[in-house]
Design a protein around this ligand. Structure first.
Ligand SMILES: Cc1cc2nc3c(=O)[nH]c(=O)nc-3n(C[C@H](O)[C@H](O)[C@H](O)COP(=O)(O)OP(=O)(O)OC[C@H]3O[C@@H](n4cnc5c(N)ncnc54)[C@H](O)[C@@H]3O)c2cc1C
Length: 405
């Protein structure tokens, strides 16, 4: 039986954030990972020279946890253009973020994604968002995002044409059921920071975090945990570990509400063309199978071989078998300036368990039951920042408990 001060189960970003926090405090840990790689839900594959993230994911430059772990510079982050293009009944509207891109906003003709009569409602929303901080869960009022937007006086048309494709796409939640606190946190982060991609794909993040562990032998891949009992952790391969503290980042405990939202990301390849921009394009029509799409290679050129562009399409309904001809037809309706006949299928990912459902109501970022700490986005909130914060705070609590022992 091996012993360590702390056993961490699962080596996604939450487990890694916990391990690095313990390392800084001089506390030893062993990380047990069921799969053959670190990173959990953040994975990247290389196919035919393309860098394909397993499901469209982005980082926001104002994710506070990234800076804490000293990982930022190594990511070689490049940003999407702030704002979004909304395609609605054949018309394209460019909405620039007045805070981050005032020039673009002026050039767009001071274009807002809502009618003038809704200005005061949207200002109220901005004010609520600016009042949130990373402790957004402490806001008093807890509604679903949809109920919150309606209560603020935002019309259903604006909700359907802008908020559903944008935030519904980010949250994989087209009914906007996620809690309003989480929505406001996200809204503030999109208003005040840009989304982007690391040079080598999203997996650069967990790989970079893992490389900061001084004892690389502490990571055990292909160690699936099958039971935890009396401070002992049992793995399918017969190994047993003992520790006075256990951090469980797998999200599999029956004590957690582990319902997930699913998604399908379709990758297409085609010729580079001046119409390809580094903006997210939203489907502002209330029908169709596409929620939004973008061109990751316009943001991070290394995502595609020279002179070829990569398009990432997020589908409204997740499916293991997406209908590529109808996707190309719909893309043609949404962005007719591009000759979609020259585009072909590259790959797709169907991810049944992508993002945990987020419910309204107060919560902590980790959950403690005796000497076991449950962490991850499932406990905190569904984002890389939430997952990392959860791991860090649980580890800080263990450091505190050990210092008192
Ligand atoms: C398609 C998609 C899009 C997303 N988009 C974004 C985005 O744009 N921005 C953003 O911030 N976030 C996004 N997210 C969410 C983000 O990826 C997650 O919040 C984050 O990766 C969760 O990290 P975690 O450590 O909590 O969990 P996980 O990454 O799930 O890690 C848990 C680990 O536990 C391991 N494990 C499970 N069972 C066992 C066991 N029995 N024994 C040992 N190990 C086990 C798993 O293999 C895994 O490695 C997206 C996620 C997906 C899938």
């Amino acid at each position: 039986m091996e012993r360590a001060d702390v056993i961490i189960i699962g080596v996604g970003v939450s487990g890694l954030a916990a391990a690095l926090t313990l390392q800084n405090a001089g506390i030893s840990c062993i990380l047990l990972e069921a799969s053959n790689s670190v990173g959990g839900r953040i994975k990247t594959i290389i196919k035919d020279g393309f860098t394909l993230d397993v499901g469209f994911q982005v980082l926001l430059e104002n994710y506070s946890e990234l800076k804490r772990f000293g990982i930022w510079d190594s990511l070689n982050f490049r940003k999407f253009r702030s704002g979004a293009i909304v395609s609605r009944e054949g018309n394209l509207d460019w909405y620039s973020n007045p805070i981050l891109d005032p020039t673009g906003f002026i050039k767009s003709g001071l274009n807002f994604p809502f009618p003038l009569k809704e200005t005061s409602a949207v200002l109220g929303l901005y004010m609520d968002a600016l009042r949130t901080n990373d402790d957004f869960q402490e806001l008093k009022s807890a509604f679903s995002t949809m109920d919150y937007l309606r209560a603020k006086g935002i019309s259903q048309k604006t909700i359907d044409e802008f908020f559903v494709p944008f935030f519904g796409g980010v949250l994989l939640d087209t009914r906007l059921e996620a809690g309003n606190q989480y929505f406001l946190w996200l809204f503030r982060n999109f208003m005040t920071g840009r989304a982007g991609l690391p040079l080598g794909g999203m997996q650069t993040l967990p790989f970079g975090l893992a490389s900061k562990l001084k004892n690389q032998d502490s990571i055990r891949l292909n160690y699936e945990v099958i039971n935890i009992s009396d401070s002992q952790v049992y793995c399918r391969n017969g190994k047993i570990f003992q520790s006075s503290f256990i951090i469980d980042s797998t999200g599999q405990s029956s004590k957690l509400n582990n319902k997930f939202r699913s998604t399908t990301t379709v990758y297409l390849k085609g010729p580079v063309n001046k119409e390809i921009s580094s903006s997210l394009v939203l489907n502002g029509n209330q029908d169709g199978n596409i929620l939004h799409f973008c061109f990751p290679s316009a943001v991070q050129p290394r995502y595609a071989p020279t002179d070829i562009a990569l398009c990432s399409v997020t589908m409204r309904t997740a499916s293991a078998d997406p209908d590529i001809p109808s996707i190309l037809k719909e893309l043609h309706q949404l962005l007719p300036d591009i000759d979609w006949k020259q585009w072909t299928y590259l790959h797709h990912f169907f991810i049944p368990k992508a993002i945990p459902e987020h419910q309204s109501g107060p919560r902590t970022h980790y959950r403690q039951e005796g000497n076991t700490f449950f962490i991850g986005d499932i406990v905190s909130y569904p984002s890389i920042n939430g997952a990392m914060r959860s791991g860090r705070e649980a580890a800080e609590k263990i450091v505190e408990l050990k210092s008192k022992a």
